[in-house]
Design a protein around this ligand. Structure first.
Ligand code: ZN
Length: 323
């Protein structure tokens, strides 16, 4: 048995909320969070980004920002080399359509965005209306055609819509044109970056004016060609078929992160052998290492935690860095 100071604690976090013109009130209604207004679009659940730096909710590190812990207690994260906490997990409530957007990769962001990270992201669909679809990819075949369609505002021709439903999982690589549509609630796991280029915003007004577009940068980074926009979709049925209850089930491994789904039915345990693991409870309730948890809780399993025991009836999404 280690002494009290040697025991690693699970880091439970306080989310940061973001009001958005497209946001709603479901983060309160469906998730029980105290939100700043009924136009709240995002819950930054696990983040050390300067635009939303979560604090620890309880325990030895209560009140500390995640960014501070990353610097001051690197042992909790396996002494990683990244200069800041590399991942960001958020829940998005889209009461109306989000703008059509695209993100740069690391190389482009480093050069043109003050050394920021690029943004690779993935979405687990938490809720979707009947017959929902979202924007993923486009129909331009060459860079010339891309420029013509975007500059000419030929959105109907340009945008590619894919049908989605609750439980689907989508990977959005940098350079992929994408947009979340009205009625979707998703859990996003992404690189810790806030660099978004807005391609089209449906000509909406905010405080009497349109939000800024970033056409030139978008045209620079939008991928064209057979692989463009093919980050990949894993359908709910496929996930259901591939994933056994009580086991971490890998949804994606890319250069930026690994993401798993875990359905707890009764009791289970696993070894925490990643540098650190983020977990979000998306359904039900139960316990982790004796600590009560329920839908809407987000926490980090530190390095060296050892055997993680879970019990209850719940669904979780987990993530970690790659390698
Ligand atoms: Zn995005």
């Amino acid at each position: 048995m280690g002494t009290e100071t040697e025991t690693r604690e699970i880091l439970f976090l306080n989310p940061v909320f973001k009001e958005m013109i497209w946001g709603g009130d479901r983060l309160q209604k469906d998730w029980g969070y105290r939100i700043p207004s009924p136009q709240t679009g995002e819950c930054w659940a696990v983040s050390a980004h300067p635009h939303g730096d979560c604090t620890v909710r309880e325990g030895r590190y209560a009140g500390k920002h995640l960014s501070e812990l990353w610097r001051e207690a690197p042992e909790l994260f396996g002494f990683r080399r990244e200069s800041s906490f590399p991942l960001l997990v958020k829940i998005i409530d889209a009461q109306s359509d989000l703008s059509i957007q695209v993100h740069p990769d690391d190389a482009y962001a480093a050069k043109w965005e003050n050394g920021s990270l690029g943004k690779t992201e993935c979405w687990y669909i938490l809720d979707a209306p009947e017959n929902a679809s979202l924007v993923m990819g486009h129909n331009a075949e060459t860079r010339e055609q891309l420029a013509e369609m975007v500059r000419g505002g030929r959105w109907k021709e340009f945008l590619r819509y894919v049908p989605v439903k609750k439980g689907d999982f989508l990977q959005i690589n940098p350079g992929t044109v994408h947009a979340i549509t009205a009625g979707l609630v998703i859990l996003e796991t992404q690189q810790s970056s806030d660099i978004t280029y807005r391609v089209y915003d449906y000509d909406r007004m905010q405080n009497g004016r349109k939000r800024e577009l970033h056409i030139e940068k978008s045209l620079d980074v939008i991928a064209v060609g057979p692989e463009a926009g093919k980050g990949g979709i894993k359908r709910a049925e496929q996930i259901e078929a591939d994933c056994e209850p009580n086991r971490l089930c890998l949804l994606i491994a890319c250069g930026c992160y690994r993401v798993w789904k875990l359905e707890v039915r009764g009791e289970t345990a696993f070894e925490q052998d990643t540098p650190f693991m983020i977990m979000s409870v998306i359904e039900g309730e139960g316990r982790i290492c004796g600590h009560g948890i329920r839908k809407g809780d987000h926490f980090i399993l530190p390095n060296g935690l050892g055997t993680v025991r879970l019990e209850g009836n719940m669904g979780l999404i987990a993530s970690s860095v790659c390698g």
